[in-house]
Write a protein that binds this ligand. Structure first.
Ligand SMILES: Cc1ncc(COP(=O)(O)O)c(C=O)c1O
Length: 388
């Protein structure tokens, strides 16, 4: 299949489309996962200082040294994971580029990539860009990973299992036992674990365990993370890849030809923030998100949605079937235009759209004020529905 035909086999991003619809109708945007509150001052001041110091030119393509050192220290301090910043770390334009780059570096045409669903919408298209086949395995909110089903989905064609913990939109934080099960399958099928841990610091229960820290997994794991969610800077476009030195060369080549590098002064700013911000910053982040989660969960229950409280990340996949019989895309449109709240239809997160047709996804990375406003609109939903 040639590239042009490959790219036609997936649709444009529904998430970004819902953001446009929200703007058109003046709806509160709980669709796309970007925060509406300020980033830490330390970070902004350090980036501004870097621009004033004329750090304006290309950084080293695989990442500014100061940032790679800070990221390596993070892995050592948080997870006792030794990372060589010279040979095992690559800085990218966000976790989004990181995932595409890693799969392009690792996966050959015709191979298979296991993706859990509901999924973050980029993973399937990333596999298709490699001319590989995504194979989907359920991992639903509040439910354990079915390791037998995962085992049945793996074969000699499996090149990688894509993991996302804490998960968007499942809200699952994978347990050690689940990760051990995945690790065993990676060993059995000689497959890579490619893990997107961008929500590592946004957790309400459980422990964040990088699968790379499990015995024998460091050499077959690629760990992706980034600054978008932890520092509330989705527009800065900084992501990171930790991979064994043996494949980092290939990853860096793909990254170099795709983007050359992430923005130089912003890398410097992030490095300073990572050096400066202590554990209280990360505790504060999780604590504030817990409050936001509680506000949205209460509002959803009050309005007649059914949903499992997420264990991590900042999304709720809510079942609206007691409110409406519309299919998810129409319900999300209606909720945006008539209810004043933009969400993402559940159909966007499943390989078989019918599996997501009763769900819509709320992102709660917003100020408490905005979430309370949204809660008020949810409370009046029934009335809006009667009028519509
Ligand atoms: C699971 C997951 N990975 C990656 C991203 C994007 O990260 P970045 O902004 O670093 O590209 C998102 C954003 O919503 C996400 O939910």
């Amino acid at each position: 299949m040639d590239t042009a035909r490959r790219t036609h086999s997936f649709t444009e991003s529904v998430i970004r489309g819902m953001t446009r619809l929200a703007a058109e109708h003046g709806a509160i945007n709980l669709a796309q996962g970007f925060p509406d509150f300020p980033a830490p001052d330390t970070l902004k001041e350090a980036a501004a200082a870097a621009i004033r110091a004329d750090i304006n030119q290309y950084a080293i393509t695989w990442g500014a040294k100061r940032l790679r050192d800070a990221v390596a220290r993070k892995y050592a301090e948080w997870y006792a994971m030794e990372v060589n910043p010279e040979t095992e770390l690559t800085v990218t334009c966000g976790a989004t580029e990181a995932m595409a780059t890693v799969l392009l570096a690792l996966v050959d045409p015709g191979e298979e990539v296991v993706v859990f669903e509901p999924f973050y919408e980029n993973y399937g298209p990333d596999a298709i860009l490699c001319d590989a086949r995504p194979v989907f395995v359920p991992l639903l909110p509040g439910q354990p990973l079915d390791l037998d089903r995962l085992g049945a989905a793996c074969s000699s064609r499996t090149r990688a299992i894509v993991i996302n913990t804490p998960g968007n939109p499942s809200g699952r934080v994978l347990t050690r036992a689940e990760l051990e099960g995945i690790a065993a399958l990676c060993h059995r099928h000689d497959a890579w674990a490619v893990t997107d841990e961008i929500y590592e610091h946004i957790r309400y229960q459980g422990e964040h365990i990088p699968i790379a820290t499990l015995p024998g997994m460091r050499e077959r794991t690629v760990t992706i993370s980034g600054a978008s969610k932890t520092f509330s800077i989705t527009g800065w476009r900084i992501g990171t890849i930790v991979a064994p030195a043996g494949i980092t060369g290939a990853i860096r080549k793909v990254h170099d030809f795709l983007t050359v590098g992430a923005p130089a002064p912003l890398q410097e700013g992030l490095a300073v923030a990572m050096e400066t911000l202590g554990p209280e910053f990360y505790r504060g982040l999780a604590g504030e998100y817990r409050q936001r989660r509680d506000v949205i969960m209460e509002a959803l229950a009050g309005a007649g949605f059914r949903a499992v409280a997420p264990e991590g990340a900042y999304y709720v996949l809510a079942d609206f079937s007691e409110l409406s019989e519309l299919p998810a895309p129409e319900f999300a449109r209606w909720l945006t235009i008539e209810g004043g709240i933009a969400t993402v239809p559940g159909t966007s997160f499943f390989s078989r759209p019918e599996d997501g047709t009763r769900f819509t996804r709320f992102a709660f990375c917003k100020t408490l004020d905005l979430l309370r406003d949204a809660a008020g609109r949810l409370t009046t939903l029934q009335k809006v529905r009667v009028r519509s």
